[in-house]
Design a protein around this ligand. Structure first.
Ligand code: NDP
Length: 479
């Protein structure tokens, strides 16, 4: 099948007739082609967005809200179709796409459809100066949204929904390895009555299509989720043009387990926070630190549970771990397992590719637990982004704080304890944008989301996202 660009409400082949193969990770076959869009395709998307901006930015917030909520309802009505497409493109279990990815994409539209109706401006009376200030929140114009492959529609819509809710028009690029649900979203937007040109989707490689978006002088804001190196590159390109940037980047998140935690709860959640979506979530707790007094017990229990996870075809209902997203990514993750061995880590379980019967060319890997000798080895410092976690013991709160913070990343951290003082102390000191205590990935879309250090700049979520996608203009009137 051929995926095409969605520009001005219509589907278009790329101008240069340049196509990229799209693989199904569960069996390694090519099942489609996507455009490798050129600068000219991006320019056409920009022109459509620019021409629509004057009318869209003047549409009442009730009308914008109505359309966003309609998109949300249509996504829900098409749950099965979207979940199957997401799984086929990404390799994740269909059950996960059905329970997490697609419902969350629908929630993104519903949430921002509602949030825009509550997004108010401020006024300040300058007492004694006979003046009043009010602050307008005006849409920026044409904005760029670029997203990764791990949670394709979930993250794509997490950017698009607030951007269009705030009155902007969008030029967006999904990851080139997972373009399918973004393509299907175009149809849904038309059906929901989204005016032509509000959302424009161009497919292609980061180095061509993505680069054309970030280099475009009149795309004045970029919301990006992806790797830290790409984020740094975007920042460099965008700086001379003074583009507004929101960068959600990599993570190497600590999962810190104290002996006083609710053990069973912790164990169950730790399996999930380690291996959900094949460990390909920026929020996964890939470094597990366990208080020494329960370390041996934890190791035994955790490894037993991990060995019970079923690696299998994404369509099988009992599959826990599907396929990794690509051959290239599988190779990268396998390389890290070798690096761990070279650095004297012990493989407590996993570490091998899995051949799934009938799908021998798929990209499957066992969930892998590595016991590492020190916290500064490479597998404990670098983002692997696969079904691989490290474990090591700690003795004191201060020791574990130091190790937890001794990475370049600072996206999220998870803490397991029932001690209130410790909770407060550690939550304050952990260098992360998000701290979960006795839970993981419990998301409330009103809360700010983002990282510190090399995990990014800016916050998404709630009014933070609406603030990002608007410019504040203060008007001061003397009376
Ligand atoms: P990449 O940085 O490789 O790619 C992300 C997106 O950027 C893709 O659409 C990619 O296109 C595009 N891109 C690549 N180069 C450029 C460029 N020069 N100009 C513009 N766009 C470009 O990340 P991955 O897709 O590999 O995603 C995995 C990463 O994303 C991990 O590091 C993960 O931690 C991070 N992530 C962060 C999250 C957060 O919220 N902080 C959430 C989820 C993931 P193409 O597909 O062609 O490469």
């Amino acid at each position: 099948m051929k995926i095409t660009n969605y520009i001005n409400g219509n589907f278009h082949n790329p101008i240069e007739d340049n196509w990229i193969d799209n693989y199904n990770p569960s069996d390694g076959t090519v099942y489609g082609q996507i455009p490798n869009s050129s600068k000219e395709d991006v320019e056409n998307a920009y022109i459509a967005a620019k021409s629509t901006f004057p009318s869209w930015s003047q549409t009442t917030f009730e009308e914008r809200s109505r359309i966003l909520i309609k998109i949300s309802e249509l996504l829900e009505a098409n749950l099965e179709r979207f979940a199957e497409a997401e799984s086929k493109d990404n390799g994740k279990p269909v059950s996960l796409a059905k329970s997490v990815d697609i419902p969350r994409a629908a929630s993104n539209f519903r949430f921002f459809g509602n949030a825009i109706t509550q997004f108010t401006s401020e006024s300040h009376e300058s007492v004694g100066q006979d003046a009043i200030n009010y602050t307008l929140r005006q849409p920026i114009g044409v904005v760029g949204c670029i997203s990764p492959w791990n949670l394709p529609l979930y993250l794509f819509t997490w950017k698009i929904a607030p951007a269009i809710a705030a009155g902007n028009c969008v030029v967006a690029k999904p990851s080139e390895v997972t373009p399918m649900t973004a393509y299907l979203l175009g149809e849904i937007c038309n059906e929901a009555g989204l005016p032509k040109g509000v959302l424009n989707i161009v497919h292609g490689l980061g180095s061509t299509t993505g680069q054309a978006i970030i280099e475009h002088p009149d795309i004045k804001a970029i919301s990006f989720t992806g790797g830290t190196a790409t984020g740094a590159h975007i920042a460099k390109v965008a700086a001379p043009m003074f583009k507004k940037l929101s960068l959600e980047l990599g993570g190497k998140n600590p999962n810190i387990i104290f002996a006083d935690c609710d053990y069973e709860d912790m164990l169950q959640t730790t399996v999930r926070s380690s291996f959900a979506n094949q460990g390909q979530i920026c929020l996964c707790g890939s470094r597990i630190f366990v208080e020494a007094s329960i370390y041996d017990k934890f190791k035994t229990d955790f490894v037993a549970k991990v060995k019970g996870l079923k690696v299998g075809h994404p369509s099988d209902t009992d599959t826990n771990i599907g396929a990794l997203v690509s051959q290239q990514h599988l190779n990268k993750v396998k390389d890290y397992i070798q690096i761990a061995k070279d650095e004297n880590a012990t493989v407590l379980c996993g570490g091998n590719e899995v051949i799934v019967k009938g799908f021998e060319h798929g990209y499957y890997l066992e969930p892998t637990v590595l016991e590492v000798p020190t916290d500064d080895c490479r597998v404990n410092q670098e983002e692997i982004f696969g079904p691989v976690v490290t474990v090591m013991p700690f003795n004191t709160e201060n020791d574990v704080l130091q190790m937890a913070n001794k990475v370049k990343y600072g996206l999220s951290a998870t803490l397991w304890t029932n001690d209130l003082k410790r909770t407060m102390h550690m939550s304050n000191k952990l260098q992360a944008g998000i701290v979960w205590v006795n839970t993981w990935m419990l998301r409330d879309l009103r809360t700010p989301f983002g990282g510190v250090k090399d995990s990014g700049v800016g916050r998404e979520g709630g009014f933070e996202a609406l603030r990002f996608f608007t410019e504040a203009k203060n008007v001061c009137i003397k009376y």
